[in-house]
Design a protein around this ligand. Structure first.
Ligand code: PHE
Length: 323
């Protein structure tokens, strides 16, 4: 017993001397077959040996168990004062954080946030936005068609129509989301993000549009920024403009980013065309409004000096982690 070193060895010893096939067990089991005169002695002596063995096993077990506890306390120490392991945490993608930044600026001006489906009908993407069936502006959109009538929205402007169908003026909404066009190079990806803006109320003018976008441009790009409006064309706004912000790199002097012009284009906008109001049953004698649409990728690129749009979607962590 003294030679048994651990609990596993002790179990082996128990099986060997007290198990079902042990010599002592066999002897005790054979007592009924022994001559009657031998039975009492064999029985008494055999059981005595058995009890002694059991007692010795138990005593050794207690010693071995105590030893293993001491061993565990010695070697498996847990220092509860050590700092915990930090779990790796991700963070927002630059597109998401830029979208939220834009949302926050407009929400702070009292706008609410609307959403619409990415799979749209021709009606919302074109027709109700004053692109008649054969309008040439449709071909500029490089549309992904699902069927003749169903498509991936080419801009977030269809949300304007959906919002106006549901709600009477006053309307102050922005609609961020994905848009799709068949286009792919350093400044175009087939999927991209826009934020649409729509205001409809009594007495809204182009001056309100300009003031609103100036507040936005300064909140986004710095309080020194200027904006300018250039005449443009969109079927659903009249008049239409493109909006530039003074270059944040050279402060309008002229540099590589702004191609020496001092200005950077940031969005398209205009006064909502009365034809669009007619589609949603708004009285264009009573209400006027403005709308604008900007590309989130473009805003993020200008703000953070990103030179290739595709970087946003390649998921190279060396890029992603910089923001
Ligand atoms: N939807 C236009 C585009 O994608 C942008 C725009 C929105 C222009 C709202 C005017 C008003 O180019």
């Amino acid at each position: 017993m003294e030679a048994v070193a651990d609990l596993a060895g002790l179990e082996e010893t128990r099986v060997r001397f007290l198990g079902r096939k042990a010599a002592l067990t066999t002897l005790l089991r054979s007592i009924p077959e022994l001559p009657a005169a031998d039975r009492p002695n064999v029985g008494r002596f055999g059981n005595l040996v058995k009890r002694e063995l059991e007692a010795a096993l138990e005593a050794r077990q207690a010693v071995l168990e105590a030893g293993e506890l001491v061993d565990a306390l010695e070697h498996d120490r847990l220092d509860v004062t050590l700092p915990g392991r930090t779990l790796p945490l991700g963070h927002l993608h630059l597109i998401t954080s830029t979208r939220r930044e834009i949302e926050d600026i407009f929400v702070s001006m009292g706008y609410s946030v609307a959403e619409g489906p990415e799979i749209e009908t021709d009606y919302y993407n074109f027709e109700a936005l004053n692109h008649p069936a054969d309008h040439p502006a449709r071909s500029l959109h490089d549309t992904f068609f699902v069927s003749d009538d169903i498509l991936l929205r080419t801009h977030t402007s269809p949300v304007q129509v959906r919002v106006m169908e549901k709600k009477r003026p006053p309307v102050y909404v922005i609609a961020p989301g994905k848009a799709y066009r068949r286009d792919s190079d350093a400044t175009h990806t087939p999927m991209f993000h826009q934020v649409e803006g729509l205001v409809v109320d009594e007495g809204v003018t182009l001056a309100d549009l300009k003031g609103t976008l100036e507040v936005f441009a300064r909140a986004m790009f710095g309080s020194d920024r200027q904006i300018r409006l250039r005449p443009h064309f969109f079927p659903f706004t009249e008049p239409s403009v493109e909006v530039d912000v003074s270059c944040m790199i050279c402060d309008g002097v002229g540099c590589r980013l702004c191609k020496r012009s001092g200005w950077l284009e940031i969005l398209g906008a205009g006064m909502v065309d009365p034809n669009v109001f007619a589609f949603v049953g708004y009285d264009s004698e009573k209400y006027t409004g403005f709308a604008f649409g900007m590309g989130i990728e473009r805003i993020a690129m200008l703000k953070h000096g990103v030179t290739d749009l595709r970087l946003f979607y390649e998921n190279d962590l060396r890029f992603v982690r910089q923001f």
